[in-house]
Structure formats: C-alpha cells, structure tokens
Design a protein around this ligand. Structure first.
Ligand code: URA
Length: 440
C-alpha cells in the first residue's frame, strides 16, 4: 500500500520546478514531496508546460524506480476525484487494453463477466491514430449514449452488472494535461509515465481488481515482448503498491484481432461472439481475460467459455446497450462504398500486418488524426482470407469499407508491399496469450 499519502494539516513543502527537473536530469531519485508538489503544481498551472516537458524528457531518459512511479501515480490520482460505487451487490473488476487493431474485446467481455456474476465498470476513451476507441465503436449503435454520471453508473452496475461509458474529466486531471503535453514533446514512450498514466485512471475509477491486456507486435504500442513485459511489470507493481489485485496478460498484436476492423463492423463481430459464434481468436482472448477477471473477483465454479458459447451473455449485452439509450436490434450503419482487394499471386495467405490494416482502416475514415475529428461509423476493413488459406491471383483477401471513396487509394497504398503476407508454406499457429504477469 502507498504510505504517507494522507494529507496532514501542515502546508505541503514547495520546491522550484528547476530543482526538480535538474534532480532527474542528474539521475537522482525524486522524493515523495517533490513528486507530490510538481504534479499538483502542474495541474494547477503553477509549473509551466516547458518545465514539465523538460521533466518528462528527463524521466524518459533516466527513468523512475518503482517507488517513484507509485508515488507519481498517487499524485495524479490526488489531482482529481476517486469514484466510489459503494455496494453494487457484486465484486467489481475491470480490464484495460493498451490498444490494438480490431481490439473489440471489451464489447463481449464486459457482458460476459457480468453474466458470470461480477460487475464491470469500464470507463473508456475514444481512439486516436491507428487503434480504435471503444466509445467510437459503441457510438455506431443508434441512440447509444457514452456520457453517464456517477449515479447512473452505479445504478447500471447494480442492475445490469456492466457499464461501458466515457471517463469523467474529474478522474486524474493531471494525467489528461500531462498526456497531451507528452504527445507533442516526444515523451509518450516512457514506461514509468505510460504505466502511471494508465494506472492512475484505473485506480481513480475505484475498481476492486484489474486485468491488463498488454499488446505486443506491429499493431501495438509496444513492438517487442521485452518492452511489453517491462510495461506489464511496471503496471502490476503499481497495482501492488496501491493494494489493487492486478494481473497482466501479454497478447499478440502482429495481426488484427478477428476479421473486422472499424467501428460498426467490430460491433457486429462482437454480437456474433456474444451469440456463441465469431472468430476463434476473439473468443479465445475474451475467455482468457474473463477467467483472470473472475479469479480476481473471487468467483469460482463458473466457466466463462461455456457461458459465452451458450449465448447467455447476449441478453446482458442487450440490457447494457438499452440502459444507455441504444437500440441493440437496430441495423448498424453500412458503408456507401465497398471495394474488394484480391491476391496478385498464388501461395498460402500468412496474414495481414496489424499496423498496415490499422493505418488502412484509419485512412478509410474509421479513426481520427486529431481528437476533435469525427469518425465514420461504417468505415473499416473486413478480412476475407484467413491465415493458412490457399490463394490464387484474384482470390478475395479483404474488403475496404468507406463513405468517402476518395480515401480508397490511400488505404490501398497502406496495404501494399509486405502488408499482406503470401508464403509458400502454411504459417505456424499463432500463440495469442504470450505471457502472464501477476503482482508480487
Ligand atoms: N495510454 C494512456 O492512457 N497513457 C499513456 O501514457 C499511454 C497510453
């Protein structure tokens, strides 16, 4: 547990920003008091952006140890409110994914875990860049509303057991400000800063257990297993320091998850999974994460694989969507233009590179370049060929969906070169869950 976090009546010590920056520049450990001061002074506007960007760069270059990172996380939590859902009658457990292409897992996972007896408060964000955001996907359902207040979240957790909604601006506001600054100063890729950013929001949300899906591969934030492992260790250590049971799975993101990438396309694939069907990899990962979540929630004797296969999670999905104004039976938006990409040679299809597919879907209109950009609900990619399929010139490999056909050439360009891999021999079976890290 974090010690010495409670506030005393003593006025907190004050520092100069330059003193804190030079300490980290010279590879010294920051004290708890320095961390508390600099994070809260930055949130109030008393530390300037240029000073905080110098500190973020010093942290990126010289690191922070586990104690500094845990304290930094606490200081970001303390910059805002901590939610308390009280007793909703079931154990609370949540999951966070570091983001991947076709990663729609939250959509079937939250109702599945609720159908197994836990309560899942999923406070999510919108997508930026080549990975999609959970809220963007759900907003393709007619009528669905992302913003809920704390009372609505609590009532839905008690009634349905699952909520997926927008995070509130009052949760870890220092992180919101710092993340925007890191984005424009080349300081996103620091493990302690990423870990504290993610964990501050999850800890402020007041969950009782947390499962992290740390993606590894071309379509992920972390391109190598070593870097993903480092991030998983840093996040589980923060969980342990704050008394939050935390488990991290390292999972493959070298090819997209499932067959569909794009907002409405991913909702329809999630519904297939909730009805007991859907692509094998989406089912496998949903079940693997559900097992870990149920273990943290202390729920035994329920097999999430059987619950998912039986379709029992689907009525929970319907209630979850309807509770937020959505019509789960309404037709989803369909793109105005669909173009098929075919193979230009013979061989065995070995898969589509996740990063290339993510960029292509983004160019078709499924994602945004700036946070104020709109997204097209129907834009995206449907993969037609599966790894291992024999192909010939003209065999359909994938479909490009968009409402703005002038975007098609850019999307096709993103998928040229080695993006669609054709080999002479069948590819080896891909391992989806690469590793598991638990705190302690
Ligand atoms: N996601 C976050 O929430 N924070 C980071 O720093 C990186 C990814």
């Amino acid at each position: 547990m974090i010690r010495g976090v409670g506030r005393s009546d003593e006025p907190p010590p004050s520092f100069s920003a330059v003193e804190v920056v030079t300490a980290k520049r010279d590879c010294r450990e920051l004290t708890a008091a320095q961390i508390d001061w600099v994070v809260s002074a930055y949130a109030r506007g008393d530390v300037a952006d240029e000073q905080m960007s110098a500190l973020a760069m010093a942290i990126l270059l010289n690191g922070m140890d586990a104690a500094e990172t845990a304290r930094w996380t606490q200081a970001m939590i303390d910059s805002g409110e901590v939610l308390d859902f009280g007793d909703v009658g079931r154990p609370l457990v949540d999951k966070h994914s570091t983001g991947g292409v076709g990663d729609k897992i939250t959509l079937p996972l939250a109702p599945l875990v609720a159908a197994c007896g836990a309560a899942v408060p999923q406070l999510s964000g919108r997508g930026l860049g080549h990975t999609g955001g959970t809220l963007d996907k759900l907003e393709s359902i007619p009528g669905w509303r992302a913003s809920l207040d704390a009372d609505e979240i609590t009532a839905q957790l008690a009634d349905v057991g699952a909520v997926i909604c927008a995070t509130t601006p009052t949760l870890a506001p220092a992180d919101r400000k710092l993340y925007a600054l890191r984005d424009v100063t080349g300081t996103v890729e620091s493990v302690p800063l990423i870990a504290s950013s993610i964990m501050s929001k999850k800890l402020a949300e007041g969950t009782g257990g947390l499962v992290l899906d740390v993606k590894v591969g071309s379509g992920a934030f972390m391109k190598t297993r070593a870097r993903a492992g480092e991030l998983a260790e840093a996040m589980t250590a923060i969980g342990a320091a704050h008394g939050l049971p935390t488990t991290a799975l390292l999972t493959d993101m070298s090819v997209p998850l499932g067959r569909c990438v794009g907002n409405a396309l991913e909702v329809s694939e999630s519904v297939e999974v909730l009805r007991g069907g859907g692509p094998r990899d989406v089912v496998e990962l949903t079940v693997a994460l559900a097992r870990e979540m149920l273990a943290l929630a202390g729920i035994t004797g329920v097999d999430p694989a059987a619950v998912l296969a039986s379709g029992e999670a689907y009525p929970v999905w319907e209630r979850m969507i309807a509770a937020q104004g959505g019509d789960p039976s309404a037709p989803l938006p369909v793109a105005g233009h669909v173009e098929t990409v075919t193979a230009d040679r013979s061989g065995v299809f070995a898969g589509a590179d996740a990063f290339a597919v993510g960029i292509a879907a983004w160019r078709l209109g499924a994602g945004r370049a700036r946070k104020e950009d709109p997204v097209q609900a129907a834009a995206g990619i449907r993969l037609l060929a599966a790894p291992g399929d024999e192909i010939r010139p003209g065999t359909p490999l994938l479909e490009l969906h968009t409402d703005t056909p002038e975007r098609l050439p850019d999307a096709r360009r993103a998928l040229s070169g080695a993006a669609l891999l054709v080999t002479a021999d069948p590819p080896e079976d891909r391992e989806l869950v690469l590793d598991v890290r638990r705190a302690g």
